[in-house]
Design a protein around this ligand. Sequence first.
Ligand code: B12
Ligand code: SF4
Ligand code: SF4
Length: 355
Amino acid sequence: MASELGFAAVGCAKAEELGQEADLFDEAVEKGYFAGMTYLGRNIDKRRDPRLLLPGAKSVLVFLAPFGQEVKKDAHSEGCHDTSAVIHGRQMAVNLKISEFALGSDYHKVIKDKLYLIAQLIKDSYEESQESDSVADDMRKEPVCRVFTDSAPVLERAWAVRAGLGFIGKNNFLISPECGIKNFIGVIITKAELPYYQSNSAKSATAGKTGECEVPDESCVRGKTNPFVNGCGNCTRCIDACSQHALYAPFKLNAAKCLSYKTIESRSLAEQINRNWIFGCDDCMNACPWNSRNKQGWPEFSILKNLLGRTTPEFWESMTDSEFTEKFKETPLLRAGREKICASVKSYLCNAKTD
Ligand code: B12
Ligand code: SF4
Ligand code: SF4
């Protein structure tokens, strides 16, 4: 069913307490690398153990939903066009960029709608299997599945690794040796016990040092045969591509410096934006050679050309808040809001170099 619905991959992990994967999370909380996202510091126990989100949970199912619309090119070469603006008194060409994940419909809704269909299927067969059990009636009162995507204290990337879907890259992404890097993650936590992915070498998932694979080619099958083995090798393209030095070490991100945080999550309108990303940032994602394995993204995630085909600074500034909400209510842009997008545009135009 997952495949019929368009998911590029699905895997299953045993619902149990996370170990060292969650330690990186604790480190980020301690060092303050989550910046203003204080909600990340809450519910740490649930983040570590999915059985606290669904009592009696046995399995964590993980799904990959592709959003990349182009295999090698930056979506913006065709999406948001170069426009001109007055910068420091001179008419200049600008290309205000919106992250590829946000060019289409809101992925939370699109993915969850599909996951609910799968959850219903699991629920039906689970209840059928419990029919003869005397505790069946009690169990029926509680949910059999819970569905998540980016919406709850679930370490989705860590679960994707545990479910055998890939490895964590130095840019922090879950990378699938078979389906590349441009994939959203969706999760179903369920009481149903399903066959788990098993590996003995979980420890090497972020090791990186032992890897030989700099770019994926046919000779590189390490990631394929064992997704826990890190597929980065000596490559550092993502770290080199991060103009903000937010990726301060392999597998480590300081969100306070990250343009994705600054343009979407930060509530401050005074963030300094010195690159032309006005919502999210794809530099560390696009730099990765594993893009060559991306699957075609779902049509729901392709660019809403009538809305985002030509976005000048005036386009954002001339709209009222209610017009913005009406236009973008079913897109990820709603999270930042018009005022925040305008602040990012303004900051970029102030910081842009004229030479
Ligand atoms: C908060 C958040 C952010 C924050 C901060 C992210 C961070 N790393 O701190 C900000 C706003 C900056 C952000 C940015 C982006 N995000 Co975000 N974000 C989240 C969110 C809600 C929580 C992530 C989190 O807990 N981070 C804390 C760190 C420590 O955990 P982590 O990154 O999930 O995974 C680490 C550990 O689990 C550990 N780990 C995992 N497995 C293993 C295994 C072993 C053996 C070991 C030792 C360690 C280990 O290593 C990982 C890397 O440090 C998730 C959804 C979710 N609930 O998980 C989406 C999510 C991670 N984001 C996503 C996306 C798409 C993005 C952006 C690309 C959006 C954009 N274009 O602007 C950028 C990418 C930036 C980047 N390089 O990571 C996707 C990633 C999909 C993927 N294939 O990886 C997610 C999963 C949402 C989704 N459902 O699809 N994000
Ligand atoms: S999203 Fe952009 S700013 Fe954030 S870590 Fe990646 S390249 Fe750096
Ligand atoms: S760019 Fe290189 S180092 Fe970064 S995640 Fe991709 S393969 Fe790993």
